[in-house]
Design a protein around this ligand. Sequence first.
Ligand SMILES: Nc1ncnc2c1ncn2[C@@H]1O[C@H](COP(=O)(O)OP(=O)(O)O)[C@@H](O)[C@H]1O
Ligand SMILES: [Mg+2]
Length: 349
Amino acid sequence: MTFSQLRLEGVARSFGTANALSGLDLTIARGEFVALLGPSGCGKSTALNCLAGLLPLTGGSIWLDGARIDGQPPEQRGFGMVFQNYALFPHMSVRANVGFGLKMRKVGRAEARRRVDDALRLVQLSDHATKFPAQLSGGQQQRVAIARAVVLEPPVVLMDEPLSNLDAKLRLEMRMEIRRLHQTLGLTTVYVTHDQEEALSLADRLVVLREGTVQQIGTPEEVYAQPVNSYVASFMGYRNLLDLTVTATAGTSATVEGEGVRLTGTNRGSVTEGPAKVAIRPEDFVIGDGAANALEVTVEIVEYHGRELSVSARLASGVPVYFRTDKRLAPGDLAKISVPAERVLVFAP
Ligand SMILES: Nc1ncnc2c1ncn2[C@@H]1O[C@H](COP(=O)(O)OP(=O)(O)O)[C@@H](O)[C@H]1O
Ligand SMILES: [Mg+2]
């Protein structure tokens, strides 16, 4: 099926009086890879299940080009689905699991065999075709689930935290696999995750959700470098979120003070004088007072990360500050660290 866009217009879903998802507007181009990102409970699965047709909307509509599809049952939409728990048929071989949907659709034997072979090759499981799910590792089982979804050549693939049951190493491998599959097949994909690294590395665009409401939609670069509020910033690795006070603004620059420090930062959201949230990434600090904003901290905890150390320290006022460095530091050390003004983001509280 060809289409040019999948459109969600004000898609909402409530459970009783609780709004799991409120008014999601999103247009997904064919071939695009979109990630829905947010912490547990923010409405990601709700959005995906609404798209799949597993959950009726309580508001809004869903469109494939000019056709309204939110009234259609899941099988009529024909979207491919991959979930966290792979839900394979335990009594069927890998080949039979992957071919099941084709059989249901009465695809001829020869064609079905060819398509299953292609799908297994794609997920690098050709050598395991006759095995049963219990004989496979978690990563291999998830690859079967992915093959089962893509073998039907669905117009849209929906994935709900497909990697969260895998260990760290497998997660990285499968992430690349999913990226490679997307590059090869160009399938329109909506991918749900709470892992910002996964979302950043996989998706063409991210949708950051909070309590059922969109916070920001943008490319990985946009969301990473220009978060629109302190919530998105904290989700994007701005681990230092300081409550300070804006004492002056000039153009895009803002001066913030409090906790015994004074910093020049970048005004991200027309903040005026008064309380503000100041976001700084640990990796944007450098040792020494080379950059404009210098802070004196006492080192508390040092974690070894190979090339770098991850350091938890405190200002004299007691407020924690996190930074990364390749310098050797030890608990109890006094350190002077600094951060360029453009890496200090000042948000409304
Ligand atoms: N069937 C349901 N009945 C009642 N509340 C639900 C149901 N499904 C989800 N919710 C609530 O909706 C909110 C969003 O859930 P969900 O979409 O599963 O979040 P996520 O996938 O982001 O972790 C949560 O507060 C959850 O408790
Ligand atoms: Mg979920």
